[in-house]
Design a protein around this ligand. Structure first.
Ligand SMILES: Cc1ncc(COP(=O)(O)O)c(C=O)c1O
Length: 226
């Protein structure tokens, strides 16, 4: 009997749904610039707007909180490198369980990077983040904390609510790599009670069953507070 291969690594990238493929092919046939005011441009704008609305709905975000990027790695680089610069961060705190994209972006800031550990259950040691924040507060430093919501290798869901509570009411900045959560759990990004630009999530289309009907292939986005 011929051996059959069954692809199970949906956390790395999920198979394309037929309806997503059809929408992608249909979009490829459209010609125009969505910024143009003529009919073709407006037709393209409608496609992008529909994609934005669908993505925002899935992330529990407002439409204008969605920023499209070419991949999650790009969104992560923008959020961490750009965020560290914009917030004048003095140091970065990441966990040892972060995706390489997060670890590389943290190193690329050129700032000191502190790595907090994971416990035996694969959970981020939140008390080490609390300690880093307390140390920073003592000397008036601002830190950017970058953590993931769900681990791409172990599937462990991290205590991001607790980390948000620590970082939220402070002068520090939180970035959450939500790639493995998008489309699989309710994110409710918009209802998070944090200040302007203090909070940023990234998500990706190609890890979530590719169920979105627009531009399903390898798009990602960065979501930011207004
Ligand atoms: C948790 C996590 N973050 C970031 C990435 C990078 O995503 P991309 O391949 O879209 O750049 C992945 C990819 O699997 C991931 O699982």
């Amino acid at each position: 009997m011929p051996r059959q291969t069954i692809y199970l690594d949906h956390n790395a990238s999920a198979p394309l749904l037929p309806e997503a493929r059809a929408a992608h092919i249909a979009a490829l046939d459209l010609t125009g610039n969505p910024s143009s005011v003529h009919a073709q441009g407006r037709a393209l704008r409608a496609v992008v707007d529909k994609a934005r609305t669908e993505v925002a709905k899935l992330a529990g975000a407002e439409r204008d909180q969605v920023v499209f990027t070419g991949s999650a790695t790009e969104a992560i680089s923008q959020a961490i490198i750009g965020g560290a610069r914009a917030f004048k961060a003095d140091a970065i705190v990441v966990s040892e369980g972060e995706h390489t994209a997060v670890l590389r972006a943290a190193d690329a800031t050129g700032l000191p990077v502190k790595r907090v550990g994971l416990d035996a259950d694969g959970l981020i040691k939140v008390e080490q983040i609390a300690g880093a924040i307390a140390d920073a507060d003592r000397v008036g430093m601002r830190i950017l904390v970058a953590v993931h919501l769900i681990n791409n290798e172990t599937g462990v869901m991290q205590p991001v609510d607790r980390i948000e509570t620590l970082v939220g009411p402070s002068p520090h900045f939180l970035f959450v790599d939500a790639v493995q959560a998008f489309g699989k759990m309710v994110l409710e990004f918009a209802s998070r009670q944090f200040d302007r630009y203090q909070h940023c999530y990234d998500v990706a289309g190609h890890q979530c069953l590719r169920e979105l009907q627009i531009f399903p292939c390898l798009f990602s986005l960065q979501i930011r507070r207004r």
